[in-house]
Design a protein around this ligand. Structure first.
Ligand code: NAG
Ligand code: NAG
Ligand code: NAG
Ligand code: NAG
Ligand code: NAG
Length: 535
């Protein structure tokens, strides 16, 4: 009998474990169409964590990755090649443009170009040819761009849609989650404003948002719809209506660095989730970091910029490094010729950035000011010297300088003297480090790590499939309704009418006293006259 009950309980336990495992393992489709290796790092953190928890991931991506047990990659081929060609053309596509309207236009043109590449790939066709009854429990879409891929939401019968963006919180997040947008508080990502804007800047910022909205809605999305229909068929609903079905939006912001703003309950800030990624630090690199007595400086201009774009300026950097003998430099650089590097410099094509920034001897990060880099730097409390190139990098560095946790230089006017002086200044004056410590604590002092939060909310959404109980887009409101402009207009009208009649009423009262004189104006003068007469 004892034996029997043991077996019984064992079977119950096995049964329960199996069911729990089942509940945990969902089939998730990830649509990752943004060609940017740094984005890759960000969403890979999410995808790896989801896979580790037993979910089965199908990942449509432009990156080349080897599939593992729970991560099945479908590669959209040759997208990077096409992009390099696109940018190496006549310079018309150059995203380093400083003019905001032009930058916004160029960015959407670029997105559109990428969209065209994506739908032509074998990878996209392969996913399209999945068995007709293949079921996904959720779709995770990188909504930074690649709106054409939203056709897959329709193709797979509308499982819950989860939108993620490593690119902070793009202005078009409002389009998918009806985020109340107050351009008065939140400068456009590309504009180098701070959040305390004067009247003129507010007007300009507002016009950036408006331009962004008009361009996206009437040019970009129209094109994307046309492309998507080519791949998914004419019966595909509008991509705008598909994207607004989003149940959950994970945005790469954190208020320790990003300006505070109002968010609907289904828009979750998970900024900095990539800081939890698992990297291995070479022993030689570790040793090099340890060797310098005064500290090490990490130098990386991101994953997109090619060394060739630095041109002759590379000498300026090398000279500065030579002069700063007391520090060891580690430079992430995709160049093979390491012959003429100074002895205090280590050059590598790839480096585990997160680990290096976490190293106790790292004193400064010379960065292009990309969002992910800035976040990692703050998380690990390393001050920054920025050399911003394009897109949001400028704004990020303006913010860094404003918070007093670093400085930035203009690449075009950079000199060895400037570099040496700025580096010394930041490392040697304690105020930068002190303020950075405060920011870093603000960032880290959270109930959960941002990655755990992201995973929690994804699983929460899959679990409560289809309830959309956190989503403001349950109510279809237009711009005027959201900002109550219609109500304000009506109330203003009523108030005006009321004031007007009140005025008449007052005059009417006078009129009575004035014994039947018709126009109030006359009545008033008349009254005055009368008073005078009486006196
Ligand atoms: C992560 O996102 C980036 C940008 O959206 C994308 O290019 C990349 O393919 C994604 N990573 C994976 C593993 O799919
Ligand atoms: C996991 O995903 C792969 C790739 O989409 C698919 O072939 C496989 O059938 C899935 N496994 C389960 C158990 O659904
Ligand atoms: C990190 O990587 C190491 C070595 O690759 C591995 O042993 C460890 O389990 C990993 N940790 C996590 C949390 O994935
Ligand atoms: C470098 O220093 C750190 C702590 O300061 C230590 O944990 C690590 O083992 C050292 N690495 C080497 C290769 O000496
Ligand atoms: C306060 C602020 O950031 N002002 C900026 C407004 O925009 C112009 C042009 O983009 C900048 O030059 C100002 O610095």
């Amino acid at each position: 009998m004892k034996m029997f009950s043991n077996v019984f309980w064992l079977m119950i336990a096995i049964f329960v474990t199996l069911t729990i495992n089942n509940a945990n393992s969902a089939n998730i489709l990830c649509l990752m169409g943004t060609p940017s290796p740094s984005h890759h790092i960000w969403n890979k953190s999410i995808m790896r964590a989801l896979a580790d928890r037993g979910n089965n991931l199908t990942i449509l991506t432009v990156e080349i990755e080897r599939s593992t047990k729970n991560m099945h990659f479908i590669h959209m081929e040759n997208v990077y090649d096409a992009i390099y060609e696109y940018f190496s053309g006549d310079g018309n596509n150059d995203l380093t443009n400083k003019h905001v309207y032009k930058s916004i236009t160029l960015l959407y043109r670029f997105y559109s170009f990428v969209g065209r590449q994506l739908i032509g790939t074998v990878g996209a066709k392969q996913l399209l040819d999945y068995p007709i009854d293949f079921k996904f429990d959720a779709i995770v879409h990188d909504f930074t761009q690649s709106q054409v891929l939203l056709g897959f939401v329709h193709r797979f019968g509308y499982p819950p849609l989860i939108s993620v963006s490593p690119y902070g919180m793009p202005p078009y997040t409002y389009a998918i989650a009806q985020v109340p947008s107050f351009p008065s508080y939140t400068p456009h990502a590309i504009a180098a404003f701070t959040n305390q804007m004067g009247f003129y800047e507010r007007v300009r910022n507002w016009s950036y948002y408006f331009y962004d909205w008009v361009y996206r809605r009437f040019v970009y999305m129209t094109n994307e719809n046309r492309k998507a229909k080519k791949l998914f068929g004419e019966q595909l609903p509008k991509l705008e209506s598909i994207e607004s079905m989003t149940e959950l939006v994970l945005v790469n912001i954190d208020f320790s660095f990003d300006y505070p703003q109002v968010l609907p309950p289904n828009v979750i800030p998970v900024g900095g989730l990539q800081t939890k990624r698992n990297e291995t630090l070479d022993q030689s690199v570790d040793l090099f970091l340890n060797k310098s007595t005064k500290g090490a400086i990490y130098f990386s201009l991101g994953t997109i910029l090619q060394t060739s774009e630095l041109g002759d300026k590379i000498q300026i950097f090398l000279e500065a490094i030579k002069r700063l003998k007391e520090y060891n430099f580690i430079w992430k650089l995709d160049v093979a010729d390491h012959t003429s590097v100074p002895s205090n410099l280590l050059v590598k094509e790839w480096l585990p950035q997160n680990r290096i920034l976490a190293h106790p001897n790292t004193k400064l990060f010379i960065t292009h000011g990309g969002r992910l880099s800035v976040q990692e730097s703050i998380w690990h409390g390393v001050c920054m010297l920025g050399i911003p190139f394009y897109l949001d990098q400028q704004q990020n560095m303006v913010k860094v300088a404003r918070y007093g946790i670093g400085e930035y230089l203009d690449f075009n006017t950079i000199t060895t003297e400037l570099l040496v002086e700025s580096i010394r200044n930041i490392i040697e004056s304690p105020k930068y480090t002190e303020r950075m410590k405060i920011r870093s604590e603000l960032f880290q002092y959270q109930p959960t790590h941002p990655l755990d939060r992201a995973i929690f909310w994804i699983e929460h959404t899959i679990h409560n499939r289809g309830t959309k109980h956190l989503s403001l887009t349950n109510f279809e409101l237009n711009f005027f309704q959201i900002y109550m402009l219609d109500a304000i207009a009506l109330l203003s009208l009523i108030s005006l009418v009321f004031l007007f009649t009140m005025k008449r009423h007052i005059y009417f009262g006078n009129k009575k006293e004035a014994e039947g004189i018709t126009t109030s104006a006359v009545a008033v003068t008349d009254n005055v006259n009368k008073t005078e007469k009486i006196e």
